[in-house]
Design a protein around this ligand. Structure first.
Ligand code: NAD
Ligand code: ZN
Ligand code: ZN
Length: 352
């Protein structure tokens, strides 16, 4: 497609129908309304969630058409009415990220407890609000991620979803330094989870179905790796960790990984679910009760988790492995992501 961009239009990749290819088109460039900002996109990561969104995998579906993308990083180029000098402190020229947690009410019991991802009024970037698979994004200045100086937009992009979700999920395992965590699924989230876990002083047993991804996990510091397609992966993990992992983080977008993850968890340990394949998984009640296992969900992170997750990146303790692609390649990227053929994270590069 010709790169002719009219001043009031922009390139975007949108979902018109669930389960079908995204439509690349020149659409009207949005204006920031009162209390909103306009961000010129520099880079946007492609999360497996974008694929679930485009396939209409979940009970609450986004209204069509919509623009996916919740790892968009860019520069603030315009402020809507009331933003200048306001409480958010966001100014033109700032570099921000427009995350999955697009906005929340700020006043409910969950928001007041810094649990804004579960606010009933929360909006989600690239889902209930248009996201970063476009040259411009309208955002809420109160909820954008502030990108630390020294972190490039491409390097920051995966951290604002895959990074914060992995980091928060590891905190939710309540595993302590020196203890074991299983990281199940070593893709976009998991390859960062291995690094956050190492930086947090945890020992990592990585689990995936792909030997290439397991080799990558070893390079990133995993002390043990187990192929989930092996004869008895649960026994292998229990052996490698001396009785099961104190914490397990299940990022795999695959149902069998969930029951396996619960069984890989040590007595009195915590299995944190973050992967979101549609469906349900069997929970062996006797094992969970008699082994005193905690099973909990974890949904992205709050704004403080976001700042912490980015700080690990800025300090060089965590580094996203990225493959750059242009926006026009999004449908091929989705096909590869669905087939497990993306090594770590694709980032759409808007400077291309
Ligand atoms: P990804 O495709 O980049 O990585 C998935 C990895 O899981 C791949 O390495 C794949 O080989 C591996 N895998 C597949 N089947 C497996 C199995 N049975 N056992 C072990 N590993 C297996 O995906 P991603 O972007 O990392 O996202 C992963 C999941 O997390 C998606 O379902 C996504 O929607 C979800 N997600 C949840 C949150 C949240 O807040 N809870 C946030 C972001 C993403
Ligand atoms: Zn995501
Ligand atoms: Zn709220």
């Amino acid at each position: 497609m010709a790169a002719k961009v009219h001043a009031t239009t922009m390139q975007a990749a949108q979902v018109h129908r669930f389960g079908q290819a995204l439509v690349l088109a020149e659409i009207e460039r949005p204006e920031p309304g009162p209390g909103q900002i306009l961000v010129r996109t520099e880079a946007c990561g492609v999360c497996h969630t974008d694929l679930h969104a485009a396939q209409g995998d979940w009970p609450l579906k986004p209204a069509l058409p919509f623009t996916p993308g919740h790892e968009g990083i860019g520069i603030v180029v315009a402020l809507g009415a009331g933003v200048a000098g306001g409480r958010s402190g966001v100014r033109e020229g700032d570099r921000v990220g427009v995350p999955w947690l697009y906005s929340a009410c700020g006043h409910c019991e969950f928001c007041l407890a810094a649990r804004e991802p579960v606010c009933d009024q929360a909006q989600f970037g690239g889902y209930t609000r248009n996201g970063g698979f476009a040259e411009y994004i309208v955002a809420d200045p109160g909820y954008v991620a502030r990108i630390p100086a020294g972190l490039s937009p491409r390097a920051a992009a995966p951290l604002i979803c895959a990074g914060v979700t992995s980091y928060k999920g590891l905190k939710e395992t309540v595993a302590r330094p020196g203890e074991w965590v299983v990281v199940s699924g070593v893709g976009g989230l998991g390859h960062l989870a291995v690094q956050y876990a190492r930086a947090m002083g945890l020992k990592v047993c990585a689990v995936d179905v792909d030997d290439g991804k397991l080799a990558h996990a070893t390079r990133l510091g995993a002390e043990a790796v187990v192929n989930a397609r092996g004869d008895d992966p649960v026994a292998e993990v229990r052996k490698a960790t001396g009785g099961g992992a104190h914490g397990a983080l299940i990022t795999a977008p695959s149902l069998p990984a969930f029951a396996q993850g619960v069984a890989m968890t040590r007595k009195h340990g915590t299995c944190v679910l973050v992967g979101l394949p549609p469906g349900e998984f069997p929970t062996p009640l006797f094992d969970v009760v008699a082994r005193c296992i905690t099973v909990r969900g974890s949904f992205v992170g709050n704004r403080r988790d976001m700042a912490e997750a980015l700080a690990f990146g800025a300090a060089g303790a965590v580094h996203a492995d990225i493959e750059l692609q242009p926006l026009s390649a999004i449908n091929e990227v989705f096909t590869r992501l669905a087939a497990g053929q993306v090594p770590s994270r694709v980032v759409l590069d808007f400077a291309a």
